[in-house]
Design a protein around this ligand. Sequence first.
Ligand code: ZN
Length: 399
Amino acid sequence: MAPGKFRGLCPFYVGHLSAFGPFCNAYNYKPEYMHYARLTGAILLLLLSACRSTPSRQAALPTARNVILMIGDGMGTSQITAAMLTKGSPLAIEQFPVAGIQKPHAADELITDSAASATAFATGNKTVKGAIGVNARGEPLRNIIEEAEKQGYATGLVTTATVVHATPAAFFAHVPLRNQYEEIAQQLAGSGLDFFIGGGQQYFTKPSPNGKKSVYEQLLQQGYEIESYQNKLLSQLQPPPGTPFGYFTAEDQPEKASEGRTYLPDASRMAARFLQQSSTEGFFLMIEGAQIDWAGHDNDQDYLISEMLDFDRAVAAVLQFAERNQETLVIVTSDHETGGYSIQPGSSQDSLVAGFSTNYHTGTLLPVFAFGPGAAHFRGFYDNTDIYHRMRRALNWQE
Ligand SMILES: [Zn+2]
């Protein structure tokens, strides 16, 4: 770049000769021509990089039309390392250009759970463990799906747990205790959610205690198309965009990937395409790899790695969508680490020696990976509540 053009853009530029000349003279520096040219070149590069990080440049980050938030439940950096070593080829997240670090603690305890963490992502507020979409006093908090719905966005959730489990629930429900599954199912019916795939059919088909229709019947009445693992494979379905859609993958918890569960990558791809065609405004989609956490609770490394690789296939499917779509911000992160998992001495690439320090969650910092327009918002070191604020900033929503 010509120095003249550069000068006009950069407020720090004061002229390389006058600014650095006195410094050189003071140290009795007598530059030869080539030396001097190299020095000025280096200074220009420094000034250019200083200009690139000015706030005005930050404000001009591209805006995302769609956001896909992918949560590896219980996924710490050791879990990612184990998947990377086992896979033998790069993980999908290795293609993400931006990485950050987030702090997962809950409002009341250092060691958090999925309920408090997902509430932080969905609402931007710290809350107590076990709380879904409510603050520490039990008061409901506005969540990103409610905001998206209000603005005409399409919204969806995909999980390998039940649809009423803590992580997805925090994106549409408001209850003080995460195990209020029937109440959470009931609140899905009023959420405006356009697309959901996960287990937990039983919480929807049960007749209501007060003689009201089951949530399943209420959803049909609201115009949803609901399908079930009992009748159809997901691959047989092509839900028409614009008609809200739900698919139950199990009566209760879906099976393990190692037992034949394969739907997460297909469901993620289907969700992104469906939501893209369902709104002209944009969409918000949350995808959860839930059973990485359960493997950590079981201290079972094989289970853990197979769930990590399944989640990686879903990340790859989403990345493929986002690369083509160009308007979608993809974020991959975790709610907490589970198991205190580590790769122990004596390990080789094809034989990892597992160490677990607990059968519960740990308080370790978590990675965040971002791809697509607005990804640069996710650089740095921040609180888990900031995921919510940074998603809104990437969407250019007013605070
Ligand atoms: Zn857990």
